[in-house]
Design a binder for this molecule. Sequence first.
Ligand SMILES: Nc1nc2c(ncn2[C@@H]2O[C@H](COP(=O)(O)O)[C@@H](O)[C@H]2O)c(=O)[nH]1
Ligand SMILES: [Mn+2]
Length: 452
Amino acid sequence: MKYFLNEKLIPDDGSKKVLSDLERKVKKENIEISVFPDIHYKKGSSVTNGLLTKSKNRILTSMLGVTNCGFTFGKIESSELDDQAILSMSKSYSKKLESYSKKIKFSKEDISNMFVEYALKELDKDPSLKDVFGLQTKEDIEIEFNRLIPKKIIKAAQVSLGTLGGGNHFFEIQKAQEVYQKDSRLNTGDYVYILHSDSIAVGNLIQIYYSNLNELWYLKGLKRLISLSVYRMRQLSYFGFKTKTLFSDFKNTTKLIYGKDPHRCISSESIVGQNLLKSYFFASIFGEMNRDMIVSEFFNSARSSNGKISDLRFGSHSHDSISVEIYDGQSFIVQRNGVQHLKDSSLFALPGALGTESYIMANPHNYSAYRSSNHGVGRIMDKHVAKGAFSESATIEKLNRTGIKIFKVGSGSISEQDPDAFKDVEQVVKEMEHQSLGNRFARLFPICSLKG
Ligand SMILES: Nc1nc2c(ncn2[C@@H]2O[C@H](COP(=O)(O)O)[C@@H](O)[C@H]2O)c(=O)[nH]1
Ligand SMILES: [Mn+2]
């Protein structure tokens, strides 16, 4: 186990036990585990947040989730901006964003074409994936997309593209308080947006198709029974008729969807393993499409009231992923759960918590950390614990005192996001510098948050 943190940053929340169980279970599978400073326990999950696993060819099912949760961030460029203008453009965009949910805004053809265009771009950025996936041309992508992605998922994409999703997803505008490194891209007083969202409905459906359905645990009674039966039927149709791996790769397909062990592994070289990698790749593309859509809609909406305003994008980094990566000339399966894949980017976002300081960090390109860093500070209280510890009104009052303006666009709880449920950002940033995971580039403070 590789630790990129001081032990003091491991909260007393059960994560140590989860880690040792995981280590014991995967010992024989030859999987290397790295732990990052945002480590924390997540109710219902058999792994902690802040984990990266690397293996020659094993897909560890407990590390799979709704793929491409990530941060997209950049500077809002305009010569005439102040806090009031930011608040007014955010308020009008929040109304728009709220009204997007449940509306079909794109045709099936639009969605399929966007998937293919984004896939082409991704493969051009990382040409080694073309060989890994056997996707050399646009036609190859179209064939594999149609073979692996069911109509149900296209429909989900039609409805959800451009929406924020729930939970702790947010779109925040922050103001630079201090810029530590001389750089023409950012000055004190500039405004920065940070968007946190994932592949929402698309990623959720892919995750459910390729799982043993244990994630339906949170449903109760009849609802659970009905959902289980519906999804089992969908899986049987997907693996029996659409991809047919129930016949061509019976052993791995049944291990994947019926196996009880949360830490079961399947080979990435098996037929179902290959399909899984490509399906998660397409789901991950939706995460990117969606964050791009949200950001561009914000700027479109802001332009209607503010004229000259533009997006100076700093980066977009997923922190929940499964990918094939080359290290020292060899390819590996790398899975990240709450760990940002920074690749060659110069900057990355490090949000603190709602109503607290955040940072833009410079990427030290740490090869031993697989060009990765933690994706935030991490919790000291899991969501359900925070919900019990803080009332909705007490958290709102606490946030009001910080001066942040909150525009609610979803039905997520605010007390779950209470700033006191998170680790201290200064302590985490200091540790990141110590571990060569990132260097301070700019310190930010939020003006407003559009909350999912
Ligand atoms: N600025 C904000 N930062 C937040 C908020 N909620 C969480 N966080 C930070 O981001 C990561 C992301 O969490 P995860 O759900 O992807 O695990 C978390 O560790 C915090 O540091 C917020 O509302 N605003
Ligand atoms: Mn996330």
